[in-house]
Design a binder for this molecule. Structure first.
Ligand code: GTP
Ligand code: SPV
Ligand code: MN
Length: 615
């Protein structure tokens, strides 16, 4: 097939800009699809794709009495999470990607991509997916177009972004857009015209998730899963957007956004950066166990934040849906989330019950007697493997959460009062601790470590540095990113949000979580808000300011004094060892590491020395 800007099947009624048509034609010429479909975002279109995927075996229609409008997809066992080892930042200069990213020379990567994309869509339909990250209007939201040969990506993007005609119209009106090209890399016809059957989850063993920060382009090959394939999410809203944000003076962050209101009616906007599978979705839908407090959800994974006309920092959720971790979600841990999944949800890699419903580890105390596991095999409770993949997920419209904030789609965003940084730490890091200053907060963010989860390939449980929970998502040199955060503090001045560090995951000697977590996470958060309101007391400690004795509300909580003490214990020797590791960590960024962070390290060491002297 030969494609030109005139023959890419552009929808009538839209004055599609020449550059869009030329780009679509160029990708079509390269990938050689059988057909091109421009997605309008309609329900008709969605229903056609759902039916087509059921027919192809990609989707299993769930019991429509139990889960109306809901489907189950099982991915290939080799395609279940983000592949950080195959994720590249292709900046012109290697130092602009920095030591924490995989760098590839842009010219070489373009040549590689040309090779793998050549004919990669043969026998398939190429979908043109116009989308907006963020609600239409305002000066924080931005547009994109994803080209993909995966109908699973189309229907997922319809939930996760504002996808379809309204986004295309905004692009026709001349708004800036980011191009993103995706192929599962499994053509159905080879160069000689030989056909092969499709797979239920087509993908390729060779994967490339590539970003070109200077030209703001995304190319992804070989995976159909999550952040590898829904290119509006991590690729655009974090990796490319973090670069745009640096250039334009705003922040693109791996953060949930929520509004929390106290008994006196005062509301606060809170954002929180936790690494993947460390509790953002759960906190975003928190049901406080402290009476009189209420949480409303704005976003569960990404925040775009920009200084507003009054000099405060305003946050939007650029997404329209939740792509959340299923295992562990239950009536006890996150009822709000569970209820959102009652209908119109796409489940990926969870288990199927005999009555056509879904199940995952942690959903119920007792597993059902029989299931079809995420690989499609029979499963019984005596099996020595999980029924749902540890990174199995749901894709659900954000509006389906009963906790959704009434103003969650305000394009102007919400003014942020408080920022939390956290991770999974069995030791050392206290339940909550207040930063001494913005610079100290940036130091805390820059030194976050967390135990690795199943959200990416790698060894689950091992401790790794994950600064600002952005390790896999920062589109440029991490040390330059820290400098950008320090500059933002200068811009915001005394209107800057206050920064706290939290850790829900401290364990006792038996390896059990000390803190009950979930709804009770409202307790340290309320202390933080009372600090901002000036009504709670703190004491200076190694990590920052921690609640003065009796200041953390543990009313009605069954927790011993020893456990509480343990949650805030800050062993100076362990902290000294961490400080040494931090110095080594900073050293790998050479002279890019901001002097302010070395100054903070010095102050930390002073506090450690003071604590030792006192002991
Ligand atoms: P991504 O979508 O990968 O960015 O993850 P996330 O940060 O949104 O993580 P999520 O809220 O889905 O939580 C992941 C896992 O952590 C789930 O299995 C939760 O049950 C568990 N979890 C969340 N909050 C808590 C908590 O307060 N305590 C404990 N012990 N576990 C928690
Ligand atoms: C994460 O890994 O942080 C996610 C899931 O939110 S994915 O979209 O696959 O990146
Ligand atoms: Mn995430």
């Amino acid at each position: 097939m030969t494609y030109t800007p005139q023959t890419v099947n552009a929808p009538s009624g839209f004055a599609v800009p020449e550059d869009v048509l030329a780009w679509v034609a160029e990708v079509a010429e390269l990938a050689q699809p059988d057909a091109i479909h421009w997605c309008d975002g309609s329900i008709d279109e969605r229903e056609r794709l759902y039916a087509q995927m059921v027919e192809a075996g990609t989707f299993t229609k769930l019991n429509q009495d139990l889960r109306p409008g809901s489907y189950l997809a099982r991915s290939a066992p080799s395609d279940v999470a983000r592949v950080e080892s195959r994720t590249y930042i292709c900046s012109v200069k290697e130092e602009d990607a920095g030591p924490t990213n995989n760098w590839a020379d842009p010219t070489e990567m373009r040549a590689t991509l040309k090779k793998v994309f050549a004919g990669s869509m043969r026998g398939r339909t190429m979908y043109i997916i116009p989308f907006s990250m963020g609600p239409f209007g305002g000066n924080i939201s931005r547009l994109g177009i994803e080209i993909s040969d995966s109908p699973y990506v189309v229907v997922s993007m319809r939930i996760m972004t504002r996808m379809g005609n309204q986004a295309l119209q905004a692009i026709c009106d001349g708004k800036d857009w980011v191009p993103a090209v995706h192929s599962v890399g499994y053509p159905l016809v080879d160069a000689d015209g030989n056909k092969r059957d499709d797979l239920v989850w087509p993908c390729n063993d060779e994967k490339y998730i590539t970003h070109f920060p200077e030209t703001r382009e995304i190319w992804s090959f070989g995976s159909g899963y999550g952040g590898n394939a829904l290119l509006g999410k991590k690729c655009y809203a974090l990796r490319i957007a973090s670069v745009i944000a640096r250039d334009e003076g705003w922040l693109a962050e791996h953060m949930l956004v929520l509004r929390i209101t106290g008994p006196d009616g005062r509301s606060f906007c809170l954002t929180a950066a936790f690494p993947s599978a460390c509790g953002k979705t759960n906190l975003a839908m928190l049901r406080p166990t402290i009476p009189g407090w209420k949480v409303e959800t704005v976003g569960d994974d990404i925040a775009w934040m920009r200084p507003g006309p009054d000099g405060r920092l305003y946050a939007i959720n650029p997404e329209a849906g939740f792509f959340g971790v299923a295992p562990g979600t239950s009536e006890k841990t996150n009822p709000t989330c569970l209820h959102a999944l009652d209908h119109d949800t796409i489940f990926t890699n969870v288990a199927l019950t005999d009555d056509g419903d879904v199940w995952w580890e942690g959903l119920t105390d007792e597993p059902p007697a029989h299931l079809i596991d995420w690989t499609g095999q029979d499963w019984t409770p005596d099996a020595d493997r999980p029924a749902a993949h540890p990174n199995s997920r749901f894709t659900v419209p954000a509006a389906q959460a009963e906790s959704i904030a009434p103003n969650w789609e305000d394009p102007a965003g919400l003014p942020v009062d408080v920022i939390l940084f956290g991770g999974r730490r069995a030791t050392n890091v206290p339940l909550i601790s207040e930063s001494y200053s913005w610079e100290h907060g940036v130091f805390v963010g820059a030194t976050v470590s967390s135990e690795q989860t199943a959200a990416a390939e790698g060894s689950v449980g091992s401790l790794r540095r994950d600064p600002f929970a952005m390790l896999p998502f920062c589109g440029y040199n991490m040390a330059d990113y820290w400098s950008h955060w320090l500059e933002m503090g200068q811009t915001l001045g005394d209107k800057a949000p206050r920064i706290f560090q939290v850790n829900w995951f401290r364990k006792d000697a038996d390896g059990k979580f000390i803190w009950p977590g979930f709804g009770d996470n409202s307790r340290p958060i309320v202390w933080a808000l009372q600090r901002i309101a000036g009504t709670a007391k703190a004491v200076d400690a190694i990590s920052g300011r921690i609640p003065a004795p009796g200041e953390l509300d543990v009313d009605g909580l069954d927790i011993s004094d020893e456990a509480l003490t343990e949650l805030f214990s800050l062993p100076p020797d362990a902290w000294a060892a961490e400080a040494d590791l931090t110095e080594e960590y900073f050293a790998q960024f050479g002279d890019k590491t901001p002097a302010e962070l070395y100054d903070q390290l010095k102050q930390l060491r002073q506090r450690i020395a003071d604590a030792k002297a006192k002991a």
